[in-house]
Design a protein around this ligand. Structure first.
Ligand code: FE2
Length: 238
């Protein structure tokens, strides 16, 4: 047994002792966030790049204020949980029941917050993109048409009660489903109505739109729809 094989076996044993091997959903792509200590990622564009759909002040506060708090609070919660520090965030979130109860809600809220916002910055793009024909066909095969999909997605996002997210999810059996989750939950978590891989998500917390749109969430959603990164959605679909 060489050193790498030995380390992998020890790692697998440690994970299996913690119960990670029994998780219900497994994220198979590269981790979006990596492991502890987590860092606030740079935005892939400037704060004013999404004007007028999302104003620069909202982007600044959202990134430097809200997202930074999720990262810092998550790191604090994991400070003493050394066994959990090497576990990628996707695995932590999909197996939250393994996290000690004293820290579980913090990891759920702030780990979810860090993951969701890292995802969110990548799903936005300054330049309007048309979805490729193959993506439109894939979506239309499950939602009748591209237009029907857009209508259903925006409807779920607009009607979600309170803070949360709207998602398009690839289920473990290869289906595409639309759902919303409360607060900073996401479809990686065992609490989600449908568990799977998020391939599209829209932040419907008031902090994402209230400065410009106040209570007009649908107006925000239709504006932000024009800034979705369909190439990223397609890459996540694989
Ligand atoms: Fe947010």
């Amino acid at each position: 047994m060489n050193r790498r094989t030995f380390l992998l076996s020890v790692g697998a044993l440690a994970l299996s002792r913690l119960g990670w091997a029994r998780q219900g959903y497994r994220w198979e792509s590269d981790s979006l966030t990596g492991t502890y200590p987590y860092k606030l990622p740079d935005l892939p564009y400037s704060y004013n790049a999404l004007e007028p759909a999302i104003d620069a002040q909202t982007m600044n506060v959202h990134h430097q204020g809200h997202h930074a708090t999720y990262v810092n609070t998550l790191n604090k919660a994991l400070e003493s949980l050394t066994a959990f520090q090497t576990v990628p965030l996707e695995e932590l979130l999909s197996s939250l029941e393994k996290v000690p109860s004293a820290q579980r809600m913090t990891v759920r809220n702030h780990g979810g917050g860090h993951w969701n916002h890292t995802f969110w910055w990548q799903i936005l793009t300054p330049k309007k993109q048309e979805p490729s024909m193959s993506l439109q066909k894939r979506i239309a095969s499950e939602f009748e048409s591209w237009g029907a999909f857009r209508g259903q997605f925006l409807d779920v996002a607009a009607k979600h009660f309170g803070s949360g997210w709207a998602w398009l999810v690839l289920t473990p059996t290869g289906k595409l489903r639309i759902l919303s989750t409360p607060n900073q939950d996401n479809p990686l978590m065992p609490y989600a109505e449908i568990q799977g891989k998020p391939v599209l998500g829209i932040d419907v917390w008031e902090h994402a739109y209230y400065l410009r749109y106040q209570n007009r969430r649908l107006e925000y959603l239709t504006a932000v729809w024009e800034h979705l990164n369909w190439a990223q959605v397609e890459a996540l679909l694989g």
